[in-house]
Design a protein around this ligand. Structure first.
Ligand code: FES
Length: 285
């Protein structure tokens, strides 16, 4: 039997190339013999989704880590689920759980077009079982909904759960204060845009090679160009895969993973952490 999981959990896929990528579990937690994920191919991405589509075939063995849950569902009495595109993957098991428990829930699924939106049949099934609670809103059938519009279907004092593209999540976060939702939980499937970065430098160990990190790029992105084999997974500072060691320099830690002891020993997660303006971090790589 597979390790148990709760709605909102993900597994980390270890791909044949060595890439590691997290994907939300979107099947049935009661099924202990199968994990189900859904992977949308990201054109121009960093190769993980393309590898899943092009290199994995039926019957291949793939290592996974987890499940882990960074987006737990607290099963509040009234809930609004907002999912954009493939962001439906963690939301689907949550909504099924809400229906199973008889919670007062609403689910809104948005996307570019009906044909591009996954799990249409399963959402239709959920809508049939929970009339009036599920709505599918493709952008090409009516105007793309504003965040305040999405939040307006939240039951009074309900909790909102949101997963989707960065502009959707950022819009919902901004509109949350003016809504009647009482709490907001969200999960990104891409890193948050860097809004308060300052330029700094990375030095690759004793080679003396120095890489400038501009204000709008992560240290990981810059490092990855010089060291393509540097592993990473979540790119959001919670999995720890991209850890490097800093021999010298002051780090501006922005992760949710490292302990104070690890930081004091020089650990840094370059997917999110940076350095003060003009600082040079000497890495042991
Ligand atoms: S890639 Fe997950 S912490 Fe950096």
């Amino acid at each position: 039997m597979l390790p148990p999981w709760q709605p909102g959990a993900h597994i980390e896929l270890h791909l044949p190339s060595g890439r590691k990528r997290p994907y939300s579990l979107c099947g049935d937690p009661a099924d202990r013999y199968r994990y189900r994920i859904a992977v949308r191919r990201i054109a121009g991405g960093q190769g993980g989704s393309a590898e899943v589509h092009d290199a994995l075939a039926d019957g291949m063995r793939v290592a996974v880590a987890g499940p882990r849950n960074a987006f737990p569902f607290a099963a509040e009495a009234s809930v609004l689920f907002i999912a954009g595109g493939i962001g439906i993957t963690p939301i689907l098991p949550m909504a099924r759980e809400a229906a199973r428990r008889g919670l007062d829930f609403r689910l809104v699924h948005t996307g570019r077009s009906r044909g591009s939106m996954p799990f249409a049949a399963e959402l239709a099934e959920l809508a049939a079982a929970a009339p009036g609670r599920v709505s599918v809103r493709p952008d090409d059938e009516s105007r793309a909904p504003e965040a305040a519009d999405l939040l307006s279907s939240c039951p009074a004092a309900g909790a909102a759960y949101c997963c989707g593209p960065a502009p959707m999540i950022d819009g919902v976060r901004r509109a949350f204060g003016g809504s009647r939702a009482s709490a907001l939980h969200f999960e990104r499937f891409a890193p948050a845009p860097i809004t308060d970065g300052r330029p700094f430098e990375l030095q690759l160990g004793d080679t003396g090679r120095v890489l400038p990190v501009p204000c709008d790029r992560s240290a990981l992105d810059v490092l990855h160009e010089a060291l393509p084999d540097l592993p990473f997974s979540c790119r959001q500072g919670f999995c720890g895969t991209c850890r490097v060691r800093v021999a010298h320099g002051q780090v501006d830690h922005r992760d949710r993973r490292l302990t104070a002891t690890e930081r004091a020993a020089g650990a840094m997660l370059p997917c999110v952490s940076r350095a003060p303006e003009g600082e040079r971090l000497v890495l042991e790589v």
